[in-house]
Design a protein around this ligand. Structure first.
Ligand code: NDP
Length: 332
């Protein structure tokens, strides 16, 4: 079985040389374990943080050891009474063709109800991130004006449509480039799109929301966060979910120079980690199934084929080469 290992820690933007392919024998199962043939794996921005040797909410990847992350696959051997051969499972041992997974660490998914890879996107961690942020961290209320950054990505493409379901009166998204901006309004249900690469984000946001914003879903930090502080109404709520504009920074990045607006506008700025919200997966899946079935949430994916292309897919997600969820197809 082939697996991808961390060959070297990056400084700044990672490259394909940070990764190495290895071939290893498939180990024997012990009681309670499954052998899973991975069919899809996820690449996610948080993996950039795990490439550094730094303490965080999740341990760093180890040098010369396989990477890990979300994956789905087919159970081809089982020594667990609870999960039979043939089941489709999602688990956390991606970046390899075959995974030996403890049954406790695998979730059987309904591959009839949705394609298996949806459980890595809209029906998986990114979808729950969108839902928990907008119902708990910075709850959307009826009539709110909501602004979301990285709006064409896995989390953002779903978040705009969920905001609408929760009663937002106006949903504004920012993304990089005209093609993505068009997608926001044509496919992902946004009322207005901001192309942050055009510059003057604050001016574009003021034009899109002349009366200000009530909720900001921050995926990027940096200049976009400063623009959202400018546009915030008194009492606005910010979900601090990610800061991808600084993930490759080699120097400490200063915070927004207008942070004092949080005082004068009595803002709530609240961080969120999806790990804290896994208990709400059943609730979310129930709602998402309905939204997908009635077509009120539409999704897209960008797919790279073959384990050997997983590093490129990961570098691509950091550079914005994806629309919707970035995925790697490992086998049929
Ligand atoms: P996306 O699918 O949104 O991919 C990342 C996107 O970030 C790219 O497509 C790119 O889009 C955008 N981007 C890259 N560089 C910049 C930049 N300098 N400024 C602005 N945008 C940039 O990834 P996810 O949906 O998986 O994740 C989105 C965010 O949510 C990330 O910050 C991630 O860390 C965070 N997250 C946090 C979680 C939590 O528990 N707190 C859980 C899941 C995700 P573009 O072309 O528009 O620039």
């Amino acid at each position: 079985s082939r697996e991808i290992r961390l060959a070297a820690r990056p400084v700044g933007e990672p490259t394909v040389d940070n990764f190495a392919m290895a071939t290893v024998p498939v180990p024997e199962l012990t009681d309670g374990q499954l052998l899973v043939r991975n069919t899809w794996m996820s690449v996610d921005p948080y993996m950039r943080g795990r490439m550094d040797d730094r303490e965080s909410y999740i341990p760093p990847f180890e040098l010369d050891a396989p990477l890990d992350g979300g994956a789905v696959g087919e159970v081809v051997a089982s020594r667990a009474a609870t999960i039979p051969v043939g089941a489709t499972v999602s688990h956390l041992l991606g970046w390899r063709e075959y995974a030996v997974v403890d049954a406790d660490g695998a979730t059987v998914v309904d591959a009839e109800a949705a394609p298996a890879q949806a459980y890595l996107g809209v029906l998986g961690m990114p979808g729950l991130t969108a839902y928990a942020s907008l119902t708990d961290t910075a709850p959307v209320r009826e009539g709110d004006v909501v602004f979301i950054s990285a709006a064409a990505g896995a989390v953002g493409s779903v978040a705009g449509q969920i905001a609408r379901q929760l009663g937002a009166s106006r949903v504004i998204g920012s993304a990089g480039g005209p093609a993505k901006a068009a997608k926001l309004t044509e496919q992902f249900g946004y009322d207005t799109a901001i192309d942050y690469r055009e510059g003057d984000i604050a001016g574009q946001l003021a034009a899109a929301a002349p009366d200000g914003i009530d909720v900001y879903f921050d995926n990027v930090g940096g200049e976009t966060l400063a623009a959202a502080l400018d546009a915030a109404r008194v009492g606005a709520r910010f979900a601090l979910v990610g800061a991808i504009s600084v993930y490759n920074a080699t120097e400490p990045v200063p915070g927004p120079s207008n942070l004092f607006l949080a005082v004068s506008k009595r803002l709530t700025l609240r961080g969120m980690l999806v790990l804290d919200h896994y208990g709400r997966f059943p609730e979310y899946l129930g709602k998402a199934a309905g939204w997908l079935a009635e077509g009120s949430v539409r999704t897209e994916e960008t797919v790279y084929h073959g384990l050997e292309r997983a590093p490129e897919a990961f570098l691509g997600v950091l550079r914005g080469e994806n629309i919707g969820k970035m995925l790697v197809r490992l086998s049929d």
